[in-house]
Write a protein that binds this ligand. Sequence first.
Ligand code: SF4
Length: 310
Amino acid sequence: MCLSTCRGEQSLTLRAARCARSRSAAALSLSSRATLRNRRSSAKRCEGPFRRRCIQVCSSANEDDLTISSANREDYVNRISKTRRLTRTRIASRPTKVLRQAERLLSARYGTPRLGNKREPISEIVFIILSARTRGTEHEAAYRRLRTRFRTWTEVRDAPLKRVQETIGKAGLSRIKAVQIRRALRQVTRDFGRLSASPLGRLDDSSLEAYLVSLPGVGQKTARCVMLYSLDRRVFPVDTHCMMLFENLGIIDSPLRFEYAQEPLQNLVPLALRYSLHVNAVAHGRETCLPTRPKCDVCPIARLCVNRGR
Ligand code: SF4
């Protein structure tokens, strides 16, 4: 019987969306708290054959349990595609050529840097949770402190909350991030029987993304960053810098809300360009196209930019 308790709205929403029994509930508005309560009760009623379809639940999960059924995947895809109807921002009809030109110019300038991201998925999840709503490089310092004070992620998972919070220190929202990191580590342990990300490598892209966004503190953009940096998946996370790049290239005429932007903008970027365009867009946003004082006179993509000098 599925008796797991829900940890936060995001986790609950996805669990309900994945659950075969609550498919009709998942099709309803995602923002309504009343609907959320309905899903909570639907999710908790699951038992018997449906248990195997819920990758959140089973602490004794084997590999079969990690496969989301095609019906549940369809729900997830429907939920994502619904976001496309929620935007009025116009998207240029044939952006591939300008994206290729921009990628070539940006990679020549910035050299496709790693930006401090980690190869190991658990480390990357922690690193990205730390980087949320943090300016500058404070999150990198917080990550180094965590690695210095705790020898393994298991020690972080089992440490008192206050100790983790103190270690994160000035990275901002330290208590929330400490809670999210410990919960994410515990959830991975519960789902896979150990604190290891190796089972993630066996999931297909949509199942992997669905699993990652079910972790506390991990949204769709974060999930795609983990997939891109640590699991070599060809996805394109849209962050502030990427959004700015798309706007400056005239591909969108105004910024989209991030939760609505991920899917439509990713679909515009050819698979082979996704990693390079993402990391070079971030480097460009940090070094040259600064939000308040863009350095247009030294910009490598100035001739492609529709906002030059504004
Ligand atoms: S020309 Fe200026 S505004 Fe346009 S991308 Fe370059 S730095 Fe940003």
